[in-house]
Design a protein around this ligand. Sequence first.
Ligand SMILES: Cc1cc2nc3c(=O)[nH]c(=O)nc-3n(C[C@H](O)[C@H](O)[C@H](O)COP(=O)(O)O)c2cc1C
Length: 172
Amino acid sequence: MNEVLNNIYTRRSIRKFKDQTIPADLISEVVKAGTYAPSGKNMQTFRFFVMQNADSILALQDVVGKGMENPSYTFYGTKALIIVACSKEDVNGVEDGSCALENMMLAAHSLGLGSCWINQLKYCGDKPEVAAYLDKIGLPEGRRVVGMLALGYADEDGTSHPRQEGLVTYLD
Ligand SMILES: Cc1cc2nc3c(=O)[nH]c(=O)nc-3n(C[C@H](O)[C@H](O)[C@H](O)COP(=O)(O)O)c2cc1C
């Protein structure tokens, strides 16, 4: 099997990370792969906000936990968090950002890193106290958070999910 397909078929969401710093060049390679995602009309609507400071990640985790009314909420001990956002005005912003997230998940896997899409800002990112915090840490006004990516060295294998029946229909 070629390397690209093998990488697609063996990627898993990782929800437990080692206490091991990710080299900066690997993080920038992952983000670069995100920027190379396709985008509607090549508008490149995705914007990437990279957090590596442990205290900053924990502080955001706390804000999101409060926003979700789940005090035990965690980002799985991630060593880096990449927030992907677009403008609320971008017609294809969510689609573009989703392609970027998938590119980054596959890039991470190919580089020996685990990752997991974290979606909670979709649900609580517009709550006033959460939105105010996102403003404070530097996300632009008028943003829509497409998703966050937890990134780190995997401390678990992840779960293999068999594909469901009937996903594909070939039409005449
Ligand atoms: C749109 C989207 C949102 C997701 N949100 C979360 C999330 O908030 N937390 C989480 O642990 N996993 C999240 N995931 C990961 C999925 O749970 C995971 O992809 C799915 O269980 C299949 O497992 P796999 O990625 O290992 O193939 C999300 C994935 C997608 C595509």
